[in-house]
Write a protein that binds this ligand. Structure first.
Ligand SMILES: Nc1nc2c(c(=O)[nH]1)N[C@H]1C(S)=C(S)[C@@H](COP(=O)(O)OP(=O)(O)OC[C@H]3O[C@@H](n4cnc5c(=O)[nH]c(N)nc54)[C@H](O)[C@@H]3O)O[C@H]1N2
Ligand SMILES: Nc1nc2c(c(=O)[nH]1)N[C@H]1C(S)=C(S)[C@@H](COP(=O)(O)OP(=O)(O)OC[C@H]3O[C@@H](n4cnc5c(=O)[nH]c(N)nc54)[C@H](O)[C@@H]3O)O[C@H]1N2
Ligand code: SF4
Ligand SMILES: [Mo]
Length: 746
């Protein structure tokens, strides 16, 4: 008898609980096998396993070394389902992170006020960590331990997360939620009772129709997905791309729908209209699994393709034709949920509309649609229970964003700035691996928050902008020079993979786990990091899943067995979904309970004022956010961003290809640096487009300082999602300026 979905959920949450309930292992595990494990870390192998940290797809690979032990190249691990032996250009170029001579080299302590100017003196690790431990203690005595927060992205989050939780704070937030995929998780939870996580369980390999709504796969280089998409294209799958810009994947698509920005919900509703009224939906599937079909059917009646045409500028016959194309492929069809979905503030509802379309076409749990991932876990090295924090960032929010299932980085920011209407309390931030100045929208607000702090510690590998505001800067060594926690990944089958150092840390940099443990010892929390060496911790954990450090050093990636047998639903199988009704909710009772629209509604968004254009941004295949622009290998491939301008607009402004302009936004913010114009038909006349991550203002990033413009600086209008607090960033408009006032006067 196959397990029900409910069983599956129970199993997953049980094993997830296992991660935290480490105390039960406490007696049995600690002594013993610690003895000679330190010696396992001999670095004389000419190929060592790693997983990539250039982006968060986390491909597993091998680091190859020269005879003198220096790092030669990085290649993919053939056994890794995320990369199938092939890294993307960024993964190969990860080596540049190690060789970058601008790296942070030693701990730094602030000398003058918080001015972003990076006036520091060098300090020893001992002095820097003593200072932090003392300050944290003072903050605990004065305000309570819960008045501290960790903002983090990447592997270090494990260690600094444990540290801050052990200290007594529950505020651990990553920008990959409220600035990225949060609305999507909430929308899928509301519909199917499950979020998507990473890697998304999209069964692209076997799909017959892939609909990409602003997902620019191919420029968004999430490796496994891009590989599967090109395989699917080879096998004849149809790609439908909805994007105001002719993206790389639009050029591979059967249909490119150059939608007017911010109108996607109207298109999605009219697709539902076509699919329901023509009887193209999966009747058996909907009858058995869905809740609220009749309500949805009544609701979508006004949303004809003609209605949507007036809003989206997509012609009715194209809407009909693409709806038919999806229905013909069903259930092997994927309306891709996207990843960076914080666009216009109605993002949870837009992704809900995508989830509903997938449900109507019966693609959830079906081959070529969404497979059922196995969310497995590996028991963690034992540690005592974390204390219960007295309060968290949410308590400052006045009851808002109850449906957020993870902490909001922007919420931590809000809970730090004292205002009359918010009960704010956060006084110290530990910032690990996130360049908040470039990452959070509305830089003024981020700076307000930072200025309200009594302590800010930044752990980074590079002198990123955020380090300029820290009281103490701690240099982490790169992922190529350290051990890290195992990569434990969901997928068609679950895998674990190992990262071990391929070289000694350069300069006076240290691994994140070491920094957290040393700090914990100074803060009296050493028992939470009870292992002697990190190798001992890893080996203990690996032995819980019948592997060992020795084995993993040889193979790098190991497949674990699935806890839940089936990767797809069986025909007619009884399934209980983890929603209030136990069904797939076309009509969301959870949203209704919280006072939100139970079915997605289209609301018009503000249009650009005269002479202004939507500020649209995205990814370049050779860069990740703002973290790679100084990387020597990757800067070689692209060393500045350009602004895409439609020929019609270029003509109006007299702009030429290669001409340098400033961009000014609707709030009068002018880009710090000029950016080159690229005149191209590939962008609509109402928008401009640029790659995120350029326009660095820190001179210590010698290769990238002043190159191109920063979209982050120009994103001052934030459209917050009322459902879960995601920060919509695409409601900003820019115009062109040829000089700044300061230049005009001189
Ligand atoms: N304007 C704008 N804002 C955005 C986005 C956008 O497209 N435009 N995208 C959003 C999305 S989708 C996301 S997921 C977030 C991503 O946001 P972040 O992850 O904050 O991205 P980065 O700006 O690259 O900051 C990463 C920082 O980590 C440092 N770093 C790199 N490797 C290591 C390491 O091994 N250890 C440590 N300690 N530090 C390391 C880098 O030097 C850099 O300072 O940004 C969001 N914000
Ligand atoms: N090379 C590379 N790959 C990456 C990353 C990276 O930094 N570099 N980061 C990774 C991460 S963390 C994320 S979250 C993803 C982000 O990548 P995705 O989730 O794929 O995409 P977005 O950044 O949301 O969207 C960018 C696309 O949306 C289009 N767009 C803009 N406005 C609209 C609109 O109103 N409607 C529609 N339909 N389209 C619109 C833009 O023209 C652009 O093509 O990429 C991942 N992959
Ligand atoms: S997709 Fe590229 S950058 Fe991201 S983890 Fe994989 S190889 Fe590294
Ligand atoms: Mo993201």
């Amino acid at each position: 008898m196959s397990k029900t979905r409910r069983d599956f959920i129970k199993i997953s949450s049980l094993s997830a609980a296992g991660i935290f309930a480490g105390a039960k292992y406490l007696q049995s595990a600690i002594p013993g096998n610690a003895t000679k494990l330190g010696e396992i870390g001999n670095l004389n192998l000419n190929r060592t396993p790693t997983y990539c940290e250039v982006c968060f797809w986390k491909c597993a690979g091998w680091v190859h070394k020269n005879e003198d032990g220096t790092i030669k190249k990085i290649t993919g691990n053939d056994d890794d389902p995320n990369c199938n032996g092939r890294l993307c250009p960024r993964g190969t170029g990860g080596i540049g992170m190690y060789y970058d001579e601008d790296r942070l080299k030693t701990p730094l302590m602030r000398v003058t006020g918080k001015d972003g100017k990076q006036t520091y003196r060098e300090a020893s690790w001992d002095e820097a960590l003593d200072f932090i431990a003392k300050r944290m203690k003072e903050i605990k005595e004065k305000h309570g331990a819960e008045c501290t927060a960790l903002l983090t992205h990447g592997s270090g989050g494990h260690y600094f997360g444990s540290l801050i939780k052990a200290f007594g704070s529950g505020n651990v937030a990553a920008p990959s939620y409220a600035q990225c995929r949060g609305p999507r998780e909430v929308a899928f939870l509301a519909t199917f009772g499950e979020g998507l996580n990473s890697p998304e369980p999209t069964d692209i390999r076997d799909t017959r129709c892939l609909v990409l709504i602003g997902s620019h796969l191919g420029e968004n280089m999430h490796n496994g997905q891009v590989q599967e998409m090109s395989d699917a294209i080879d096998k004849g799958a149809t790609i439908i791309t909805v994007d105001p810009r002719f993206s790389t994947v639009a050029s591979k698509s059967k249909f490119w729908l150059p939608i007017k920005p911010a109108t996607d919900i109207a298109l999605l509703l009219s697709w539902m209209h076509e699919i329901i009224n023509n009887g193209w939906y999966d009747k058996k599937y909907i009858e058995k699994y869905a809740y609220g079909f009749e309500e949805l059917k009544d609701y979508i009646q006004p949303f004809t393709p003609e209605w949507a045409y007036g809003i989206t500028t997509i012609k009715p016959d194209q809407i009909r034709e693409t709806a038919r194309e999806m229905a013909n492929a069903a259930p092997a069809v994927i309306i891709h949920p996207g990843r960076h979905v914080t666009w216009y503030g109605d993002d949870t509802q837009r992704v809900r509309a995508m989830a509903i379309l997938n449900a109507l076409l019966g693609s959830w749990g079906r081959r070529g649609g969404f497979y059922i991932p196995d969310i497995t876990s590996v028991p963690k090295y034992p540690h005592p229970h974390f204390p219960e924090p007295a309060r968290d960032w949410r308590d400052a929010m006045g009851g808002k964003y109850k449906l957020a299932d993870l902490a909001l980085a922007s919420g931590v920011c809000d809970a730090t700035i004292p205002t009359p209407d918010l009960d704010c309390h956060i006084k110290a931030w530990i910032v690990n691996g996130t360049n908040l100045i470039m990452t959070l929208p509305d830089q003024r607000k981020t700076l307000d928050a930072i200025n309200s702090l009594e302590l800010m510690v930044v752990i980074d590998t590079m002198p990123a902008e955020i380090t300029g505001y820290a009281d103490v800067v701690l240099p982490e060594c790169t992922y190529l020079e350290r051990w890290d926690d195992l990569r434990i990944l969901q997928g068609r089958f679950p895998t674990i993979s190992l990262r071990m150092p391929a070289a000694q840390p350069k300069y006076n940099s240290k691994p994140g786990y070491w920094i957290a443990k040393e700090l914990a010892k100074k803060m009296g929390l050493g028992e939470y990091f009870a292992w002697n060496t990190f190798e001992e911790k890893l080996d203990w954990e690996l032995k819980q899943v019948n592997s060992s450090l020795e084995e993993m050093k040889k193979i790098g990636v190991k497949k674990l067995t699935r806890e839940y047998d089936d990767i797809y639903f069986n025909d007619g199988e009884d399934i209980e979904f983890n929603t209030n009704t136990g069904k797939i909710e076309l009509y969301s009772t959870a949203l209704e309970e919280e006072g939100f629209d139970p079915m997605p509604r289209y609301t018009p968004h503000q249009e650009p004022p005269e002479g202004f254009y939507h500020l649209n941004y995205g990814r370049a295949p050779m860069h990740t956010f703002s973290r790679t622009t100084n990387n020597p290998n990757l800067a070689d491939l692209m060393d500045e961003n350009v602004v895409w301008v439609n020929p019609k607009v270029a003509k109006e402004w007299g702009l030429e290809n290669g001409q340098e302009v400033y961009l000014e936004n609707q709030d009068g913010i002018i880009s710090d640096f000029k950016i080159k114009v690229r005149v191209t038909e590939r962008i609509r006349f109402d928008s401009v487009y640029m790659i995120h991550g350029f326009g660095h203002t820190n001179k210590k990033l010698t290769r990238t300082y002043g190159k191109g413009a920063s979209d982050s600086q120009l994103i001052t209008r934030v459209l917050t999602d009322p459902i879960m607090g995601g920060t919509g960033m695409r409601g900003n408009f820019v115009t062109f300026r040829f000089e700044k006032e300061s230049e005009a006067q001189s």
